[in-house]
Design a protein around this ligand. Structure first.
Ligand SMILES: *Cc1c(COP(=O)(O)O)cnc(C)c1O
Length: 400
């Protein structure tokens, strides 16, 4: 078994071969260990597995060889001490937060959040006595003002869904550490390739592997990465005994997804840059938000903390919902769907779908308007996507 550094020179090798182990059959492709349990050669060996003296496997809710291979490859990619796979991205976010707080604790979070993360912070955790304050993530003084004596965790997404607003990871990490809190980052939009939160000071990183890591719309999955001490002492007992375990089959799909992650993300970034230029300045467009486009309000920060602009664009159309829906309905290649990070380009109207349950004042504060659509750029030919965007713009222009 060889490991490969996650420096740019070796990244593609790591994605294909990192942490690779083979069974005694010498298979080329990683094996799928589709088993719930494991057997022992003797009663004494069973005891040794349970005491931990024998490091072998016990039960797939605890550990599984295919899952472990996925975890180790992703861990190497992220440069983390430890990684735990989960059944979905939300299981990862919930586990990361729940393993970090207890009743009476307080969380400060950037307001621009994935819908279900918003529900965890504002509805579920409060039932167990954990409160949260949501702030404008771009405003460092707002993070500081929200700190309470019981603040234990800072939580954020950057770039955020669906507005592609950014938060300065290093500045917020320094602030969190100055009051003894830790910073948890949901790094889905940037992918493990374009932004390295741990290097910028974050303590825990979560992924919805459903998105770019699978990247082909096949399965759900997630992961939590962080320091060995946190993962062993707090996260692992939480996961083992509450059971949001990733299926070995899905772990295998995600491993296969990692093999092509950099090819896919690079291609989508190339296309996203072209589409951002096409949309920018069009008469039907009030604003296009793409982190590495010079018009992004936080362009300098985007250049500093992301190596590329990512695979998502937010487009604010003139003419509100009528224009947004006309744009979407005119598309012939891009599908209307709330998923993202897929090989297929997908578009969504957050106001009426993913963010519909959010209180209107929170939506307004986040910049989710009637005219806003979110585009996830896939792998189709750039010419076909440009033609599709042109069709959408022509339809939207009638309402601008
Ligand atoms: C999709 C997503 C999640 C949730 O992931 P699931 O795999 O759907 O549970 C969390 N955060 C962000 C930013 C996402 O895009």
């Amino acid at each position: 078994m060889s490991d490969y550094s996650n420096s740019p020179d070796h990244l593609d090798t790591l994605l294909v071969r990192g942490a690779l182990t083979r069974s005694n059959y010498g298979e080329t492709s990683e094996a799928i260990y589709m088993t719930s349990g494991f057997v022992y050669e003797s009663a004494a060996q069973a005891e040794a597995r349970f005491t931990g003296d024998d490091p072998g496997f016990v039960y797939s809710r605890y550990r599984n060889p295919t899952l472990e291979l996925f975890e180790q490859r992703l861990r190497l990619l992220e440069g983390a001490e430890a990684c735990h796979g989960t059944a979905s991205g939300m299981a990862a976010v919930f586990a990361a937060l729940a393993a970090s707080v207890k009743a009476g604790d307080h969380i400060v979070a950037g307001r621009a959040l994935f819908g279900s993360c918003h529900v965890i912070l504002t509805q579920l955790l409060p039932k167990w006595g954990v409160t949260a304050t949501l702030v404008d993530g771009a405003d460092l003084t707002a993070w500081e003002a929200a700190i309470q004596p019981n603040t234990k965790v800072f939580f954020m997404e950057t770039p955020a869904n669906p507005t592609l607003s950014l938060i300065d990871i290093k500045a917020v990490a320094d602030l969190a550490h100055s009051v003894g809190a830790k910073l948890v980052i949901d790094n889905v939009f940037a992918t493990p390739l374009l932004q390295k939160p741990l290097e910028l000071g974050a303590d825990i990183v979560t992924y919805s592997a459903t998105k770019h890591i699978d990247g082909q719309g096949r399965c759900l999955g997630g992961a939590v990465l962080g320091a060995a001490a946190f993962c062993t002492d707090d996260l692992q007992p939480f996961l083992r005994h509450t059971g949001p375990a990733l299926s070995p089959f899905n772990a295998w799909l995600l491993l296969k997804g990692l093999e092509t992650l950099s090819l896919r993300v690079d291609r989508s970034c190339d296309t996203s840059e072209v589409l951002a230029d096409q949309l920018y300045g069009h008469k039907a467009v009030a604003q296009v938000l793409y982190p590495h486009h010079k018009s992004h309000p936080q362009y300098e920060l985007a250049k500093r903390q992301m190596t590329r602009g990512g695979t998502l664009l937010a487009i604010e159309l003139k003419g509100g919902r009528k224009a947004a829906w006309a744009f979407m309905d005119a598309l012939q290649v891009i599908d209307i769907s709330n998923n993202l990070g897929d090989a297929k380009s997908l578009i969504t109207h957050p106001m009426t779908t993913t963010h519909r349950a959010m209180p209107e004042e929170d939506r307004a504060a986040m910049g989710i308007t009637e005219g806003l659509v979110r585009l996830s750029v896939g792998l189709e030919s750039v010419k076909d996507l440009q033609a599709d965007i042109a069709r959408g713009l022509a339809a939207a222009a009638a309402h601008a």
